[in-house]
Design a protein around this ligand. Structure first.
Ligand code: NAD
Length: 382
């Protein structure tokens, strides 16, 4: 796989600087001035074989670790012919929300990507990660909404805690470009939240192949493409950390659904893609644990307060009311009550419920390949 050298060097530098809890952000620029020069051997082959990756890793470790051992982390490093990497300042101890909570502490200073992060669950997840001290790339098809949300997050934080990236998760080139943008800006990825999803409900005998394929491409294939491109970056970080005796765990988290745990009437395209997502999660988890990448799914119940359900024009509540799907319902409130009654805890899933599950998945270092329900008891697994 031929990748530009900066995309290999930046995660490797992060791994070399990993301190057992987190690694700094590393920002790439195409200039040569820097505090420290790292020499790569001449004649490094273009093809990124395991041998050339080992050579690059050794050069980075050799240049940086003696300084780290002395407590002297440089502000920038450069590699001839490639460019410079600014090592961004670490957060001061204690400025993340409640460091006493294990899950929050696990997320602190981590670099996250949230696909479909401009609205709905994705936006709630991004807020929860930022509140816990993480840096978040909001990656969305709707770049305008992503940019507006990022401006709001940064204004509230008083610093750059978020960046916006345009992406179509069902397009491989677009996913590759998203990963490159984040790695050039921040040097790597610690938490990849595959959240972008679409729903087109319909009877199996009426749904068009086009709609079926659209739902499958975004919900199912999109998760494959994102994992395919994120995992190699995470592996480079871990390999560099392992070279100095550290264990650097990273996370890929698929936002699945209760419809990935039980079938959904007249919603087969969505439910099938979500069931398939769990097959991918389990399979990727088995493969990627070798690189200390955990892969888990979170399966939320219905987010009644989010736009999918509550949008006044196109939301499912208004659609179900107009379609007469709920017997006797004459208002949106009636439709909402009908669906809340199906949940043992008598309410919909919230962003905070999902965020709590993400904190858990990241903090838990002895679990992978799981589908974690967050459904108020509506789905129970055995
Ligand atoms: N809303 C619910 O009740 C509910 C319940 C369980 C699971 N989920 C899951 O949660 C996730 C988010 O759902 P939501 O309801 O918040 O969705 P939403 O429709 O409110 O937001 C989805 C976001 O994803 C973006 N997006 C759509 N297609 C994309 C693509 N191809 N590439 C990149 N971005 C794209 C949209 O622009 C939007 O910002 C989905 O995976 C969904 O299946 C939702």
């Amino acid at each position: 796989m031929n990748r530009p050298l900066e995309l290999i060097l930046a995660p490797t530098i992060r791994g070399a600087l990993f301190d057992g809890a987190a690694a700094p952000r590393v920002s790439f620029r195409a200039e040569q001035d820097a505090e420290l020069q790292i020499e790569l051997p001449d004649g490094l082959p273009d093809a990124r074989t395991d041998t050339s990756l080992d050579t690059i890793r050794s050069a980075v470790i050799h240049a940086l670790r003696p300084l780290v051992e002395l407590g002297r982390i440089p502000e920038s490093v450069a590699v001839a012919g490639v460019g410079a990497f600014d090592i961004l300042p670490r957060r001061a101890a204690g400025d993340a929300a409640d460091p006493g909570v294990v899950g929050l502490r696990a997320v602190r200073e981590r670099i996250a990507i949230v696909t479909g992060g401009a609205q709905g669950f994705g936006a709630e997840i991004a807020k929860g990660l930022v509140a816990a001290g993480a840096f978040v790339a909001i990656a969305d098809l709707n770049i305008h909404a992503a940019a507006a949300f990022v401006a709001e997050l940064n204004r509230e934080a008083g610093e750059v805690v978020a960046i916006a990236v345009g992406v179509d998760v069902s397009d491989e080139q677009s996913v590759t470009a998203m990963i490159e943008t984040v790695v050039e800006a921040w040097g790597g990825i610690d938490i990849f939240v595959s959240n972008a999803g679409v729903l087109k409900a319909g009877s199996v005998v009426e749904l068009s192949l086009k709609d079926f394929a659209f739902v499958t491409d975004v919900n199912y294939t999109g998760f494959f493409l994102c994992t395919k491109r994120a995992a190699p970056i995470m592996a480079l970080q871990n390999a560099a950390a392992a070279a100095h005796g550290s264990e650097y765990y990273t996370d890929i988290i698929q936002i699945n659904s209760k419809s990935g745990l039980a079938g959904s009437n007249k919603n087969g395209a969505y439910s099938g893609a979500k069931f398939g997502g769990i097959g991918l999660v389990q399979s990727f988890a088995l493969e990627l644990i070798e690189d200390r990448i955990k892969v888990n799914a979170i399966c939320p119940g219905n987010f009644f307060d989010g736009p999918l359900w509550s949008d006044p024009d196109r939301g499912l509540f208004v659609q179900y009311l107009n379609a007469g799907k709920v017997p006797g319902a004459t208002s949106i409130a009636d439709v909402k009550r009908f669906y809340e009654e199906k949940v043992p805890m008598k309410r919909g899933c919230s962003g905070a419920d999902v965020v709590t599950a993400i904190y858990y998945a990241v903090a838990q270092k002895y679990e992978t390949g799981q589908a974690i329900p967050v459904t108020g008891g509506q789905n129970m697994i055995h």
